[in-house]
Design a protein around this ligand. Structure first.
Ligand code: NI
Length: 211
C-alpha cells in the first residue's frame, strides 16, 4: 500500500520512481529469489506494476522459515521504504509468496515493523472509507471502503503463529496486503465504473510506453 495523501506523517511517494525500472522489473519477475547475488547487502527491488500476471494470482504459502526468508524480508522493508510505502507484498516484487511487510510509521519507528507470513484476516469490524493507493498502481488513488478494525492471524519470520489487531490505517494495510497474496488489488473493491476507468487509463499509458 502506498502512502495516503491524508497521512501526513509520511512523505509523499517519490516522483518518477521508474518507467525504466519497470522494464528491469519485468525481467526480475522470472528470477527466483535464491538466484540473487547475496553480498550481505540490502537489495531494493523494482516494483511490479499492474498488468503483470504475478499480481493477480494467488501466491504460494511460505513453508521455509530460514535465512533466505530473513534476507527477503529485510530487502522487502528496504524496497518499501525506498518507495515511501506503508505496506509491500512479495508479489509486488515478482515473488509469488504469501509474505508481506507493513510499517505504518514509514520507517520512523522500528517497533512498527510488521512481517506477515501466510496471513489471514480473521475478524473485521466497522467501516472506514478513505483514499487508498498501491505501489503497483502508482498515481491512482480512490476512496476504498475497508473495515475500521481487523485482526490477522499469521506466522512471524520464525514460523511462529500470532494474531494481531489493528485499526484505521493498520486495519486497511492488513486487508490490502492480504488481498495481494490472494491475487486481489484494491481496485477490485471499487465500483465497476471507477475500476474500468482506471484500467482504461492504464491501457492507454501502456500503449504510450508510459507504464
Ligand atoms: Ni498494494
Amino acid at each position: 500500500m502506498d502512502v495516503a495523501r491524508t497521512f501526513r506523517a509520511c512523505p509523499e511517494q517519490s516522483e518518477g520512481s521508474g518507467n525504466t525500472e519497470l522494464k528491469v522489473g519485468a525481467t526480475v519477475v522470472a528470477r527466483r529469489p535464491e538466484a540473487r547475488v547475496d553480498n550481505g547487502r540490502r537489495m531494493i527491488y523494482p516494483i511490479v506494476k499492474y498488468g503483470q500476471e504475478v499480481l493477480e494470482k494467488p501466491s504460494a504459502p511460505v513453508t521455509l522459515f530460514d535465512g533466505n526468508l530473513e534476507k527477503l524480508v529485510a530487502d522487502m522493508f528496504e524496497t518499501m521504504y525506498a518507495a515511501n510505502g506503508v505496506g509491500l507484498a512479495a508479489p509486488q516484487i515478482g515473488i509469488s509468496l504469501k509474505l508481506c511487510v507493513i510499517d505504518a510509521s514509514c520507517g520512523k519507528d522500528a517497533n512498527s515493523r510488521i512481517v506477515l507470513a501466510n496471513p489471514e484476516v480473521i475478524t473485521m469490524e466497522g467501516e472506514q472509507a478513505e483514499e487508498e493507493g498501491c505501489l503497483s498502481l502508482p498515481d491512482f488513488r480512490a476512496k476504498t471502503t475497508r473495515p475500521l478494525h481487523a485482526t490477522v492471524r499469521a506466522q512471524d519470520i520464525a514460523g511462529k503463529e500470532f494474531n494481531l489487531s489493528g485499526e484505521g490505517l493498520l486495519a486497511r494495510a492488513f486487508c490490502h496486503e492480504t488481498d495481494h497474496l490472494g491475487g486481489k488489488l484494491f481496485i477490485s473493491h471499487l465500483s465497476r465504473l471507477k475500476r474500468d476507468s482506471i484500467k482504461r487509463q492504464i491501457r492507454r499509458m501502456i500503449k504510450a510506453g508510459e507504464w
